[in-house]
Ligand binder design. Sequence first.
Ligand code: C2E
Ligand code: MG
Ligand code: MG
Ligand code: MG
Length: 282
Amino acid sequence: SVKTSSKGSYRFFDSEYSENVLARHRLEAELRHALEQDQFVVFYQPRVEMAGGTTSSMEALVRWMHPTRGLIEPNEFIPLAEETGLIVKLGWQVMEKVCSQVAFWSAQGRQTVPVSVNVSARQFQESDVAAIVQDCLQRHAIDPSLIEIELTESSMLDDKSNVVETLQHIQKMGVKLLVDDFGTGYSSLSQLQRLDFDVIKVDRAFTAELDNSREGTALITAIITMAHALGIRVVAEGVESLEQVATLRALHCDEVQGFLISRPLPAAEIQPMLGRWLLPVT
Ligand code: C2E
Ligand code: MG
Ligand code: MG
Ligand code: MG
């Protein structure tokens, strides 16, 4: 069906638009299917203590083991999972897998360090986070100190869902709370203090700024000083160079995480790294 050229540009726009909508619908359907078919796997990335040079904790990072497309990284499906609400189911699947992995390691008498799990703002809004975490810990008979929760500043903004009480409840259970991507959101000093966070993870954009500007260094310095004044430990995310490690050490940053030390790895590959000195010598 040939149309006049004046309409051509509209048709182009329309078809591109509907292709986009179609692609999103297809991805959403695939995500639902993937949740049912158990296609998600958890990789682990160590967080290394500046002082001791060994892994203090590992972050659980989900990957999609797609039957035909292979391994898919979170940036390709987490945003849509967040939008559609599928992140709630996915997030709890990840928690389940992590608890079962930690229980397995413990049962084998392997060295265990805590694992931090990313919990989305939507999980806080749409589910009873404290109850689910407690249930997961009990079913797998694992010590609460072996699970940590990473939440973003946006999770704390929602007053309706009693986030403060939920977080306090979780802490009373012995599960540590970490603020993820710190500096990109809107948490206030008073929130940090009131909620008694254990750790903040400074967003990797700030780490990258260390290379470029005096202001970047000044910002991280200020964050570290502030956090330490409140008794909160500081992790720098996205550490990729020896120079960054040296600067962060000089600034008394407590822990580092990043590709320089290790990429996120499957469970079997991460285990042998525990207890080993992982910090490059600067
Ligand atoms: P995040 O929680 O801030 O996790 C850190 C991200 O930075 C990871 O990306 C990690 O692979 C990446 N990264 C670590 N070191 C470096 C580095 O040196 N350089 C660079 N450029 N990147 C580094 P990943 O695994 O692709 O995950 C991206 C985001 O997806 C996570 O950011 C988190 O927000 C989300 N995500 C991943 N797994 C889960 C999950 O199980 N639940 C939820 N709700 N979100 C998740
Ligand atoms: Mg995280
Ligand atoms: Mg982060
Ligand atoms: Mg992030």
